[in-house]
Write a protein that binds this ligand. Structure first.
Ligand code: ACO
Length: 322
């Protein structure tokens, strides 16, 4: 039996920090409003594109796994902020890494994208189609924001996180996942003025623009992540006490806290870093996982749960044995 152990990890968080007070200098908002509604204190704004952020995170991941870029036979990047529509962003990441032997593709599942990519790469390794895979979640959300709109401009940030998966016969890595999509509600979260569906263009059509129904998403996020997490834990035979760490998508501290109380987890079982980065969509989970490792919150043999929710409306949960 083949498994896909996570042997390396890395992150890139842009050095430029935009605080809530900075935002309040040009938007009618305040640190108090943003902090109390979302838990966000500051976010990072990138001066480089998605592929460049991804490559920097990937170099850290390769170094910590102790392998070369040429050893990779699969690169998946989960992103909603591709550098180009064609060619794909993963091919640019491969080029930046100087890797020559990997299949490369982009995966679009919004904030749940990293879990979708992790499951896909794991399945390819378990099937024997790949031996060493690079899985990235990276977003340049600042590119899509309308900086005049306070309801969205305050929520998002840029960043990238990456992991290396390697084939092993030991039961480590992603052992169970549940992914899904609530497509009946796909219109409550979207980036407008892009793509081939002209009916979705709104004025002025030249501007990209995120729009969403926040309170509806909030309820669906808690329900979707909660149900998926409970299902995965049940299938894996895990009790609440068995979970060493939950690494949830970081969209809103109140979503995380509601999920935590629904699952009856203690504070020390939940990884939170939304205060520093805001919502970096597909990058939140790998960045939070990296920080948990850097902070010594994960040790060999730990049982890690992750859960995410995003546009689509995609949802998912995953059980990773470290
Ligand atoms: N500063 C000050 N006031 C603001 C701001 C702001 N940045 N943004 C909105 N407001 C105002 C609104 O105009 C509104 O004013 P009004 O009552 O006079 O009309 C008031 O604050 C309340 O607005 P709501 O949208 O009802 O605020 P809510 O309590 O729902 O919080 C939030 C909004 C934080 C977005 C919340 O709905 C939420 O977290 N939703 C889920 C997360 C989410 O949607 N994330 C987006 C990405 S999706 C994902 O990652 C899964």
């Amino acid at each position: 039996m083949q498994y896909a152990e996570i042997t390396g990890w890395g992150k890139y968080t842009p050095p430029a920090i935009l605080t809530n007070d900075d935002l309040a200098t040009f938007l009618e908002t305040s640190d108090e409003w943003i902090s109390s509604r979302t838990g966000i204190k500051e976010r990072r704004i990138s001066h480089i594109n998605t592929a460049e952020m991804s490559a920097l995170a990937a170099k850290h991941a390769l170094a910590s796994a102790g392998i070369e870029a040429d050893d990779l036979d699969l690169i998946i990047i989960a992103t909603s902020c591709p550098d180009t529509l064609v060619p794909n962003t993963a091919s640019r990441v491969q080029q930046l890494l100087g890797s020559n032997n990997a299949a490369c593709f982009d995966l679009s599942s919004a904030c749940t994208g990293f879990l979708y990519a992790l499951q896909n790469a794991t399945a390819q390794i378990r099937f024997g189609a790949a031996k060493k895979a690079l899985v990235i979640g990276a977003e340049r959300m600042s590119w899509f924001l309308n900086w005049n709109k306070r309801d969205t401009a305050v929520l998002f940030g840029d960043g990238a996180g990456a992991v290396i998966l390697e084939a092993t016969d030991q039961p480590y890595g992603l052992l169970n996942a549940k992914l899904g999509c609530d497509s009946n509600a796909r219109d409550i979260l979207s980036i407008n003025n892009f793509g081939t569906d002209m009916d979705r263009y709104i004025n002025p059509p030249s501007e990209l623009d995120i729009s969403f129904q926040g309170q509806d998403i909030f309820k669906r996020a808690v329900r979707g992540m909660g149900k998926a997490t409970e299902t995965v834990m049940e299938e894996a035979g895990l009790s609440v006490e068995d979970v060493d760490l939950l690494v949830p998508h970081q969209a809103n501290i109140r979503i995380i806290e509601t999920l935590q109380s629904k699952l009856k987890l203690r504070d020390d079982q939940v990884m939170v870093n939304i205060q520093n980065y805001g919502n970096t969509s597909a990058a939140t989970v790998p960045i939070a996982l990296c920080e948990a490792l850097e902070q010594g919150k994960v040790k060999a043999g730990d049982k890690i749960m992750s859960a995410a929710f995003g546009a689509g409306l995609t949802w998912g949960a995953a059980y990773i044995k470290w």
